[in-house]
Design a protein around this ligand. Structure first.
Ligand code: CP
Length: 303
């Protein structure tokens, strides 16, 4: 039995197979419409979500399966003090696979050690968000045709952004990727990430102004400054509108640069950018359903 805690849980070859499967699901959805008949997915979300929870649920329904779960810790027995270890023991009796989001780093990992069913980390605190990374990689592969040889700018909250941490760890396994980290000093990429890049001999640059590097990028990964990760409101208010990607800045970019964003967005991408064909963050959402369908089938060994 396999779980998914980090994008590194799959080898590059296994990821290629997963993305090929997602591509086939996109082209031939009817071939997969009954693959999960009689199977149940549990979505255990201790932290708010729109995309991840609903795309998991849509994925399971698209495969002909069923969904149970909770979307709010306050409606679960966590409020009575139940641990995730005990909860997953119950869920193992009710469902065939579980997607878990939790505000505490490592909580889905703890659950996986007690689980009798595959557990998927659907985001744990500021740590990892592997299924967002699968979504990001599938989007890049589908729209650029490759996962190597590009310069990617990651912009915004690089300190607490779990989507950023997961994506960097996944991308370092591909050839000739250059990273440009764009953030205010307070939200710089953590040292453990840059140490990992040093160890692997991978080049990166850290800058504060987006305008200074816009023309160098093949991909721009925008992120939200996350109110829920700040210890005080004053710092959040000071930093929340530090970056706003608008039409003017897009004019500095290459004609084929793609803008990705895990969403939700607040102000960091102006709505006027949505009509630019290089803005692919809503296409990214659709790829998230295909890749989660492929992941469910793979972890349930139905392919
Ligand atoms: N991208 C993402 O994780 O969105 P949600 O928080 O809405 O699930």
């Amino acid at each position: 039995m396999r779980h998914l805690m980090s994008p590194l849980d799959f080898t590059v070859d296994e990821l290629d197979k997963l993305f090929d499967l997602a591509g086939d699901i996109e082209k031939n959805p009817d071939n997969y419409a009954r693959k999960c008949e009689g199977k149940k997915l549990a979505t255990c979300f201790y932290e708010p979500s729109t995309r991840t929870r609903l795309s998991f649920e849509a994925a399971m329904y698209n495969l002909g399966g069923h969904v149970i779960g909770f979307s709010d810790a306050s409606s679960s027995s966590a409020t009575k003090g139940e641990s995730v270890s005990d909860t997953i023991r119950m869920i193992s009796c009710y469902a065939d696979i579980c997607a878990m989001r939790h505000p505490k780093e490592g909580a889905p990992m703890v659950a996986s050690t007690k689980s009798k069913i595959p557990v998927i980390n659907a985001g744990d605190g500021g740590h990892q968000h592997p299924t967002q990374t699968l979504t990001d990689l599938l989007t890049i592969r589908s729209l650029k045709g490759r996962l190597d040889n590009f310069t990617i700018g990651l912009c915004g909250d690089l300190k607490f952004g779990r989507t950023v941490h997961s994506l960097i760890h996944a991308l370092v396994r591909y050839e000739n990727i250059r990273f440009v980290f764009i953030s205010p000093d307070e939200l710089r990429i953590p040292d453990y990430v840059t140490e990992m890049l040093h160890e692997k001999g991978i080049s990166y640059q850290e800058v504060i102004r987006l305008e200074d590097v816009m023309g160098d990028l093949d991909l721009l990964y925008m992120t939200r400054v996350q109110r829920e990760r700040f210890f005080n409101e004053e710092d959040y208010v000071r930093l929340k509108d530090f970056y706003i990607l608008n039409k003017e800045k897009m004019e500095l970019a290459k004609p084929d640069m793609l803008v990705l964003h895990p969403l939700p967005r607040v102000n960091e991408i102006s709505v006027e950018v949505d009509d630019d064909e290089r803005a692919v963050y809503f296409k990214q959402v659709q790829y998230g359903v295909y890749v989660r369908m492929a992941l469910i089938l793979t972890l349930l060994e139905l392919v």
